[in-house]
Design a protein around this ligand. Structure first.
Ligand code: UDP
Length: 409
């Protein structure tokens, strides 16, 4: 198949860990590479956010990245990109005429809207992966949600217009149903993890970025430095966990990061600043060694559409303590590969972490089960094959995309 992946803000070529560069970038890059390994031809369309970027970049993995000129050729926060999506859709249409793909798979709601326009014009089947839903974001973030106001309306419209929705977690099927999207239209294919890169083998993938341990136990949290990742919950749990340090990896790109200062202030106020280190953005090459340096990886978001970090931790042989939300309800098996705790509950988190830290044999048992789970279910080869199988359901068919009415822009 000839496949077009569209990911307007999340380029597979971006450095990961900044405010707007996280799991979606990794997902799109790995899915594209996995589809190429299966023999498909793949182009990824993403917004040109740097004047130095060539229009087309051929990656070592064998897929092409096509930079779509919409809005300034400079970084723009993703929540400010909506006004540029009509231009993105117009350029995308022309670029797709050149590629002549068999289908379009859009990632995130704005790409989905632009792709729906382009796919309708060209009569191509449209698949959509939302990665995150505006309705969920609004529920948890309330007035702090900076998404454009019409996000939820657009999501419902593109979900209705799409030929298939590829959800990353079972929880998303339930959320889509609340928006009136029938489950029969949704296939669940999770994100994956690079099992050659993330391994328990201490001789692989460097250790230069691993800070020396300063306490008996080490907890690690990894992700974009945004409030919903709930790092402050782990900091609060630390007050109940003696002899334990917390490393937080992420952030450090060009955009201002109020969350960094807020977290440092929380640690100071709670008297644990000497045991909390915000170590900034960690390169992907250094991430496995960093993960392996921890006794436990803690993922404590308020909500999490998928959460690749738990898979990366499990692949490195490190047990995970995670909030019982979103994708982690599928990936982390409570008491088997780690622990699930209620979100925003530092006492429950401290209890679960404390029990595991006390027992190295229990941690080893959980680590073994986690490794087995990711190896059997979450390789990118399997994810790519399952995604391609979903594509096959629509290829060659007339697109259902005509249902998207024009005035959404
Ligand atoms: N990541 C990274 N360096 C950092 C912080 C994060 O490489 O400093 C990576 C992390 O290893 C994972 C991704 O960014 O692959 C985060 O994905 P996740 O699904 O956990 O969160 P999202 O960013 O999608 O909310």
């Amino acid at each position: 198949m000839r496949i077009a992946l569209v990911s307007e803000h999340a380029s597979p070529l971006a450095a990961i860990g900044g405010v707007d560069a996280g799991g979606q970038n990794v997902h799109v890059a790995e899915l594209a590479a996995g589809l190429v390994r299966l023999g498909h031809s793949v182009a990824v369309y993403t917004r040109r956010d740097d004047a130095e970027l060539a229009e087309r970049v051929e990656t070592a993995a064998g897929y092409e990245v096509v930079h779509v000129p919409a809005g300034p050729a400079a970084p723009v926060p993703k929540d400010d990109l909506w006004p540029h999506m009509a231009a993105f859709a117009d350029h995308l249409t022309e670029m797709l005429k050149f590629q002549q793909p068999d289908l379009v798979h859009a990632h995130f709601w704005m790409s989905a809207w632009a792709s729906a326009r382009a796919a309708r014009r060209l009569n191509l089947p449209l698949h959509v992966t939302f990665h995150a839903l505006g309705s969920v974001k609004r529920r948890y973030q309330g007035p702090a949600d900076t998404s454009p106001l019409n996000r939820i309306r657009v999501e419902v419209a593109v979900a209705t217009a799409a030929d298939r929705i590829v959800a990353t977690a079972t929880d998303e099927v339930r959320e889509l149903a609340l928006l009136g999207i029938p489950s029969s239209k949704v296939s669940v294919v999770p994100c994956g993890v690079d099992l050659d890169h993330f391994t328990p083998d201490p001789t692989t993938h460097g250790s230069s970025a691993v800070p020396e341990r300063s306490c008996r136990y080490r907890l690690l949290s990894v992700g974009r430095l945004v409030p919903r990742k709930g790092y402050d919950i782990v900091i609060e749990a630390l007050t109940r966990l003696p002899e334990t340090e917390l490393l937080i990896a992420g952030g450090g790109d060009a955009t201002p990061e109020p969350e960094h200062d807020r977290l440092a202030a929380v640690a100071e106020r709670l008297g644990v600043a000497d045991r909390v280190r915000l170590i900034g953005q960690i390169a992907r090459t250094d991430m496995p060694a960093l993960l392996r340096s921890a006794d436990l990886v803690v993922c404590s978001p308020w909500y999490e559409p998928f959460g690749i970090v738990p898979l990366e931790a499990m692949a490195c042989g490190v047990p995970v303590v995670a909030s019982a939300v979103g994708g982690m309800l599928d990936t982390v098996v409570d008491a088997v590969t780690g622990a699930l705790v209620p979100p925003r509950d530092p006492v429950a988190l401290a209890e679960a972490v404390g029990q595991m830290l006390e027992s190295p044999s229990r941690r080893a048992e959980l680590a073994r089960a986690g490794l087995e789970r990711v190896r059997s279910r979450y390789s990118w080869d399997r994810v790519a094959a399952d995604t391609a199988a979903v594509y096959q359901q629509t290829v060659g068919r007339q697109s259902a995309g005509q249902a998207l009415s024009a005035p959404l822009g």
